[in-house]
Design a binder for this molecule. Sequence first.
Ligand SMILES: Nc1ncnc2c1ncn2[C@@H]1O[C@H](COP(=O)(O)OP(=O)(O)OP(=O)(O)O)[C@@H](O)[C@H]1O
Ligand SMILES: [Mg+2]
Length: 652
Amino acid sequence: MELNLGIFKKLFKRGSGEKKEVGYIKEPVPENAEIIERYWITKPFARVTIASIPELGGAIKYFVEEIPLRPEEEAVLDKIINIVAAEINPAEFKEENNVRDAMLSMADKIIRKYEKKFKIHRPDTHKKLLYYIERELLGFGPIDVLMKDYHIEDISCDGVDVPVYIWHRKYESIPTNIVFKDKVFLDNFIVKLAHRSGKHVSSAFPIVDAMIYGKHRLAASFREEVSPKGSTFTIRKFREEPYSIIDLIDLGTINTDMAAYFWLLMENKVSMLIIGGTAAGKTTLLNAIATLIKPGYKVVTVEETAEINLPIDNWVQFISRESYGISGAKVGEVTLFDLVKTSLRYRPDYLIVGEVRGEEAFVLFQAVATGHGGLCTIHGESLDAAVKRLTSPPMNVSESYIPLMNVAINIERVVLPKRPTTTSYGRRVTYVWEIRDYNDYIPVFEWSPSEDIFYSYIERSVLLPRLAHKLGLTLDDLLRELRIRARILEWLKDNGIRSFREVAKYINEFYVNKEELLKKLGIEVEEEKEIAVSEVEELPSPPVEIETTLPTEVKPPKIERPIVRRFPYDLAEEVMNKIYKILKILMGRKGVYSDIDIKTRLNMDDVEFKKIIEIMRKHHLISIEKKRKHTYIRIRKKGIKVYNTLSSQLGK
Ligand SMILES: Nc1ncnc2c1ncn2[C@@H]1O[C@H](COP(=O)(O)OP(=O)(O)OP(=O)(O)O)[C@@H](O)[C@H]1O
Ligand SMILES: [Mg+2]
């Protein structure tokens, strides 16, 4: 049946007389508000208006607008809801969809009956009633629109008489027009949410942390027991379709070089620790990295609430369980600690712990010490803070175990340098370190806040030479492999392949037939570079393998020498960074570059550029050649050995 939108438009225009709610209100959009954006959530029943409010100094507010009901419809609605709720027993159905269908068809019948009986029938009545019934019985009632709006990530209510706040992707934290007015109504709402997830909340158990219908994460407090202003709740919405590694590249959280590095490490069961503050994006990054896993590897995940979502089959998922404790006794509790211990029996290639907080960290490190790959997140504002937490109670990881976590990744919510078209906040991986030892961390990637770009110091990696040795390859082989993978990721990004399942398909293909895939994507494999055998042998010989059974007190020996031995590591940090930046550009593309390009990209003036070029020449990183009108700089064969075929044009 086609709906007559005209009717709804008129109704929306009236603005007043929306379904009168008991217990909460939805403020209308003020006349003088300046409307910024408007979009439908469920056309034509519910839409969102985002507006700037002059009375609030131009602050932005989110308005939920739903199709209004006439008073006579409203009276009938409550009756129908009560009947349907009483008659349907969701426990009878195995599938969620069946409950929905049964409920809607029952509602449909009852509406028809009541429309006749109370003579309320108008063209729009039936659909409107169905909308509200579904919202009430299958949806989230007053916050249903918020739950359906995919722009919203978090919803929180701090009590009655204050607006419900949301975290909107575009506008960040903003108030909504929804205000709970009645304490009892709010209490009941929370009880209902908790019950739906099979949890209990009451004055005796006033805190609930649960996964609610649709895998969203609910944290709530009940009445004044622990929150003096009354019940509160916050919902972190679940992403049906988690961010893939390509999404994170698109969002600028990481770049393709970093992603390629993670990909190579995941294949080699290297252990990684993701560090960040609350809602920094730790779990999201963990999930995206985990989807790079080599097909066929066995994964066990351990979490408190089910957030991780992987596109693989060989995956065992464990979720911890709280006790049903009465008067302090811990009955039936299954902790992260128990689960991590158990998961070792499954012999996972990767053990993934959503977030380490307690003694499970100790077991995880033990697992890593015995050759499993480990991946986890930890709450912390810095690497030092995170390591401090790891080595103190209750985690108690011994200092000598810290380097077993080979890589640490720091993610933050940051202010971005002003750009006209984008929002000013973002999430960025600000550092990737290789952990050589306790208190000895080597940055291999770094984010620059002023430019919003990432610098790679992959040349300093201590892990790659070790890996190369283990794999019987040269470091050049590995670096070339990284570049190939970065190009595959680049291709996926450029071709809009971003859903995590789609991306996983390409990863699969990569492992099934790499040559074929490269051919399909049109990626040329670089020719192998000539390197004198004697030079390869000079590379530090790695005494430690990544996978190893370590007795308690053994520390992985240090590898002191940088891989690129000719790089002038004794220069001032600032100069080194500039050299890196120039090299990076030169290495990034084949062909000839103009100096103006480089100067503009790095915001360098001529004098400075020439100075740095001269230093590079002196340290044999480049050679300078004059040919006819131009001067060419070339990355030297004997300088940075890995990248020796590119040339660049230097101004006159
Ligand atoms: N790179 C990103 N870009 C944009 N939004 C992101 C990014 N990563 C995560 N988010 C969003 O931020 C919110 C928090 O993400 P996530 O749960 O991963 O953070 P967290 O650090 O694990 O939080 P917590 O401290 O609660 O465990 C989510 O709603 C998610 O969709
Ligand atoms: Mg998390």
